[in-house]
Design a protein. Structure first.
Length: 229
């Protein structure tokens, strides 16, 4: 967009002035920019890969903000509804704690994968990335087991407000986590050499942001359900 190009050029000019003290004309640099036919300095516009990186980072940030707002609204409703006289406390299924360990482990493996990628160890990267994907799938399966255990305890979606919130919280989180699992598969199998605006390191970085966010969100939900259910 023209407006974006202008802002990018202004940022580069301000940065060059700050480095040069304002009195010295900016030097020509093939990485920073070049001179025009009239000898004037023209800042280099961001490359397509840089623009694509900012675009994906902004998109995932906006997505995480919207998800956070959604769960904050549910949490507020949970705390208000908990004061009702018809609220019945129940014990969380034991598999919830196993699921928590699985998800925490997946955050570790995705960080190890990014470290392997930074060292150009593609074999190690793919191994750790596959481990993260497998742990994510295992977490979702564990959530299904938790719902089954809750049913065996006699708590259904409509049994009580407390059990209803448990199903809503865990199902909504699982749905968003499945989106993260799809992103993991995308990074694992996509040929990024055919994509000009997105590289493998950027895709892995953005996906890891979302994955860590889902991990932190789950810890918040477990604490909320544990002290409130």
């Amino acid at each position: 967009m023209p407006g974006t190009d202008v802002l990018d050029e202004l940022d580069l000019v301000v940065e060059d002035i700050g480095r040069g003290g304002g009195g010295k004309p900016p030097e020509r640099d093939e990485h920073r920019g070049g001179g025009g036919d009239d000898g004037s300095f023209r800042p280099r516009r961001p490359s397509p890969s840089q623009s694509g990186q900012r675009r994906y980072q902004t998109a995932i940030l906006l997505g995480m903000v919207s998800i956070c707002m959604f769960f904050m609204a549910l949490s507020a409703a949970f705390l208000v509804r908990k004061t009702g006289k018809d609220w019945v406390n129940f014990r969380l299924p034991s598999i919830i704690w196993v699921n928590t360990i699985v998800l925490l482990t997946s955050s570790l493996t995705i960080d190890l994968a990014r470290r392997r990628l930074a060292l150009n160890d593609l074999v190690g990267f793919k191994m750790m990335w596959r481990a993260t994907t497998a742990l994510g799938v295992a977490f979702v399966v564990g959530q299904v087991v938790a719902w089954r255990d809750l049913v065996h305890m006699g708590f259904y979606v409509g049994s009580n407000p407390s059990s209803s919130f448990f199903y809503v919280f865990t199902a909504a989180h699982a749905a968003h986590l499945i989106g993260g699992i799809l992103a993991l598969f995308y990074v694992l199998f996509r040929d990024f050499r055919k994509i000009a605006r997105l590289s493998l390191p950027v895709a892995a970085e953005v996906t890891s942001y979302y994955w860590h966010f889902m991990d932190g969100l789950w810890l918040f939900l477990v604490a909320l359900l544990f002290f409130g259910a």
